[in-house]
Each structure stands twice: as structure tokens, then as C-alpha cells.
Design a protein around this ligand. Structure first.
Ligand code: ADP
Ligand code: MG
Length: 286
């Protein structure tokens, strides 16, 4: 049985490093507008890779291709040797690529309910067996619930496990999305603006959680984020998009000095795209 079909119910066991996620010459057009023009980059196994760029650069479109919501006009996406291009979203999720959405924050159910939904794809016993409370299904549900509790602890939600999400702070609710994605036991986690709208303390907390998750679970993270302080502190590598083109690629330090990046962000050579202070909650720094 592969690591994928045997979800991490054994607790702390650290899985093998994930395969590289390779984006090769991906092109997406909307009615003549090139949202992505032959974009290529590789998320190295176990790394945090940031995808940055001004609004409209194509970051969310790229996530939509990676998670199977959009089919590219040309180009390929590969997880190790497995081609993801054109697969349905649930197949891509089952292969170990989970995502969060830029603007979705959950409001229904408890934290535990939301995380168990994320677990659904891994539940083997099936709905009927669970509903009939057959012994195997009950055991499996218990094992899933134990694992879900561990994930809640890891994401700083352990104290709120049975709390309705509607009663949580905005930062905690947004972290429920992250935790729900982790409940798929992904090998690659795609985070689309995970701290958007958060205040400074909530941002710092989420940054800690992303670091802890990467360290504990050994997965790769592709991060879209406007908060340059967060990007610079978390990312191993950065790819910069502008108008659907890759304009720079490198370490955070290399990228922040890159002339194309300065131009794309501020239009003024010599200006610094990576201010020390994070933008105000919800504010777009571009
Ligand atoms: P980012 O996430 O970097 O802000 P997006 O990927 O959302 O950028 O958008 C890239 C470009 O593609 C923008 O010009 C946007 O208006 C356009 N676009 C994105 N999604 C669609 C769509 N479904 N239909 C038409 N145009 C779209
Ligand atoms: Mg976006």
C-alpha cells in the first residue's frame, strides 16, 4: 500500500520528501488576454516557494491550473513523474496537492466538523458503513478524528477543536482553511494569500504555523502572498510574475534587488519592493 492510500494516522511519523512540482511552459488565455504566457518554475521537494507579483499578474490563475480548475492551453504540470495537467481537481487532491482559496473563509460547523470534511477524500469505509456505525467504520472514524485533532494542534486550533468556527477570530477562521487542506495529507500545499486581511499578530501566528507545518510534515509549500515581510522570511525561492510572464526567479535576497522586480512593483528602478513593515490588513501594497 502506498503512502498516499495509507493516510497519516500513525501520528508523528515523518513521510518521505515530496516529489518536485514542475510547472513547464504553462499558457492560459482568457478571450485574448494572456493570463499566463509560457510560465515555468519548479517547487523543490520540501521547500517553501513563493509566487509573487502585482495584482493581475496571474498568480491565482496559476493556482487554478495547478489544482485542476483551469486547463492550460499549452504546457504541463508534473508532480514527480506524474502528469497533473488536465486532471480533475479531486484527482489532483488525491495525488497529494491541496490548496486554500484567496477569498474563502468558512462560517459553518465546528473546527472539528470542518477538518473532518477535509478528511473525506481519505475515508475508505464509505458513507453507508459510517452511517450504519459498522465496527470497522467506527474505528476508522476514530483514527481520522485523532489525526484531525493532531492537525488542529499543529495549526494552533487545538483549544478550539469543538468551537463553532463562527465564534473564532478572523485569523483563526482563515487558519481553519489551512488546517482543512492539511487534512488531505498533502505532499504539496498551495496557499493563496493565507494572511490576507489579518492583523500583525495574526500574520505572525500564521507564519509560525506555516513554518511548523513544513518542518513537521515535510511537505512543499507554494505560497502566493502580498505581504513581502512574510514572503522574505518564509520562502526558500521566489518566482516573480508580471502580466503573466516570469520576470525574476531566485532567493528572496536576489529577487528583492532584481531590476525587473523593482520595475514591476513600483515602476521606479532603485525602489525597494520589500518594505520591513507589512501592509495594513486587507490593504494591497502594490
Ligand atoms: P493575480 O492572482 O496575480 O492577481 P489573476 O490570476 O487573478 O491574477 O488574473 C490574471 C489575469 O487574468 C487578470 O488580468 C485577470 O483579470 C484575468 N482573469 C483571471 N481569471 C479570469 C477569468 N476567469 N476570466 C477572464 N479573465 C480572467
Ligand atoms: Mg489572486
Amino acid at each position: 500500500m502506498s503512502a498516499r492510500t495509507s493516510p497519516g494516522l500513525a501520528g508523528d511519523r515523518r513521510p518521505a520528501p515530496p516529489p518536485a512540482l514542475r510547472v513547464q511552459d504553462v499558457t492560459v488565455r482568457f478571450a485574448g488576454l494572456t493570463a499566463l504566457g509560457a510560465v515555468s518554475f519548479t517547487v523543490a521537494p520540501g521547500s517553501v516557494h513563493a509566487l509573487i507579483g502585482p495584482n493581475g499578474a496571474g498568480k491565482s490563475t496559476c493556482f487554478n491550473v495547478l489544482s485542476g480548475l483551469y486547463r492550460p492551453e499549452s504546457g504541463r504540470v508534473l508532480l514527480g513523474d506524474t502528469e497533473l495537467t488536465g486532471l480533475a481537481p479531486h484527482k489532483i487532491a488525491a495525488l497529494g496537492v491541496a490548496r486554500t482559496f484567496q477569498n474563502i473563509v468558512t462560517t459553518e460547523g465546528t473546527v472539528a466538523d470542518n477538518l473532518m470534511v477535509g478528511r473525506h477524500v481519505l475515508t475508505r469505509a464509505g458513507f453507508a458503513a459510517s452511517a450504519l456505525r459498522l465496527p470497522g467504520a467506527v474505528r476508522e472514524q476514530r483514527a481520522h478524528r485523532d489525526r484531525v485533532r493532531e492537525i488542529a494542534e499543529l495549526t494552533g486550533l487545538g483549544d478550539h477543536f469543538d468551537t463553532p468556527v463562527a465564534l473564532l477570530s478572523y485569523g483563526d477562521r482563515k487558519r481553519v482553511e489551512l488546517a482543512r487542506a492539511l487534512c488531505l495529507e498533502p505532499r504539496v500545499l498551495l496557499l493563496d494569500e493565507p494572511v490576507a486581511g489579518m492583523n500583525g499578530a495574526e500574520r505572525a501566528r500564521t507564519a509560525e504555523v506555516v513554518s511548523a507545518v513544513r518542518a513537521r510534515l515535510g511537505l512543499s509549500v507554494l505560497l502566493v502572498e502580498h505581504d513581502m515581510g512574510l514572503v522574505m522570511s518564509l520562502a526558500d525561492e521566489v518566482t516573480v510574475l508580471d502580466f503573466g510572464r516570469t520576470v525574476a526567479h531566485g532567493t528572496p535576497d536576489e529577487v528583492r534587488r532584481h531590476p525587473e522586480v523593482l520595475r514591476a512593483y513600483l515602476g521606479t528602478p532603485g525602489a525597494d519592493p520589500a518594505p520591513a513593515a507589512a501592509p495594513a490588513p486587507g490593504e494591497d501594497p502594490v
